[in-house]
Design a protein around this ligand. Structure first.
Ligand code: ATP
Ligand code: MG
Length: 258
């Protein structure tokens, strides 16, 4: 498996942290989903989250965007306590873009009308909307799909549309929930390159979770493994696959990476 990233930024120590979870706990009823977790995503980093179904990865995205609030703890964005900020404020103020695990588009609108509708919400200057739409249509090679209703697009085409929608606002932080799911090998590679280019050319901070562990590890700088409400390991991809806790809880003993 080719590593998509040509180099990984080794140290983010002097770099600003853009997302920070401080002692965050979350429960649904009496089921504790996240148990006092702490982690930081640094500015410009591509950060991966791995963990079994139901461990709380989408929940972490919902906590970052403000769709849900923690039982305890703080969520800081750009060093500011954003725990009490509503969704729209986090999106606008900190420029957080979000690609949800499911949906994220208008089924009955064509691909181009989806882009137009969201551009009217997120791009204030009317004159800039069509330039941005054209740029994204060309970048994601969506030109010949423009007039198709979103509900008739294939799984991979829908994914590309939702990612294009999330980039309309030129986010500084991009959250990708299972962006590789249901995509063919070449589309995954295209998307990995898009992700790495967004980091390297646009300095966007990106947080991805996915069950395609190899595809995720090929494009992240660091990743963490969640298990039973806790972060049990966090490291660069090559160190993480050697980590004994990560092997026991997630990779098993026969997982090979590059
Ligand atoms: N609104 C809700 N009410 C009750 N329980 C919920 C709710 N939303 C999520 N959960 C529970 O929280 C846990 C974490 O869910 P989450 O969707 O974050 O998992 P995930 O790691 O994203 O899983 P997957 O890999 O399957 O997408 C699950 O056990 C789920 O059942
Ligand atoms: Mg999920």
């Amino acid at each position: 498996m080719a590593i998509i990233k040509k180099f990984r930024i080794k140290s983010f120590k002097e770099i600003n942290s853009i997302i920070e979870f401080e002692k965050v706990s979350l429960a649904y009823g009496n089921r504790l989903i996240l148990d006092n977790i702490n982690f930081k995503i640094n500015e410009g980093q591509i950060f991966g989250m791995l963990g079994p179904n139901g461990v709380g990865k989408s929940t972490i995205f919902n906590l970052i965007t403000g769709l849900i609030n923690p039982k305890n703890g703080k969520i800081k964005i750009n060093n500011e306590d954003a725990t009490k900020y509503p969704v729209y404020l986090r999106t606008k103020k900190f420029k957080v873009g979000y690609v949800p695990q499911y949906g994220g588009f208008f089924n009955d609108l064509t691909l181009i009308d989806n882009l137009k509708a969201i551009s009217e919400i997120v791009i204030d200057n009317k004159n800039l909307r069509s330039d941005r739409i054209n740029y994204l249509v060309s970048r994601f090679e969506l030109d010949n799909l423009k007039e198709i209703k979103a509900k008739f697009l294939s799984g991979g085409q829908k994914k590309k549309l939702v990612i294009a929608l999330s980039l309309l606002s030129e986010p500084k932080v991009l959250l990708l929930d299972e962006c590789f799911a249901a995509l063919d090998v070449l589309t995954i590679k295209m998307l990995q390159e898009v992700i790495v280019n967004l980091q390297q050319e646009n300095r966007i901070t990106i947080c991805i979770c996915d069950h395609q562990a190899r595809d995720l590890l090929a494009c992240v700088d660091v990743a963490m493994i969640l298990s039973n409400g806790k972060i049990i390991a966090q490291d660069t991809p090559s160190n993480l696959v050697k980590d004994i806790n990560a092997q026991n809880a997630y990779f098993g003993d026969s997982f090979k990476f590059n």
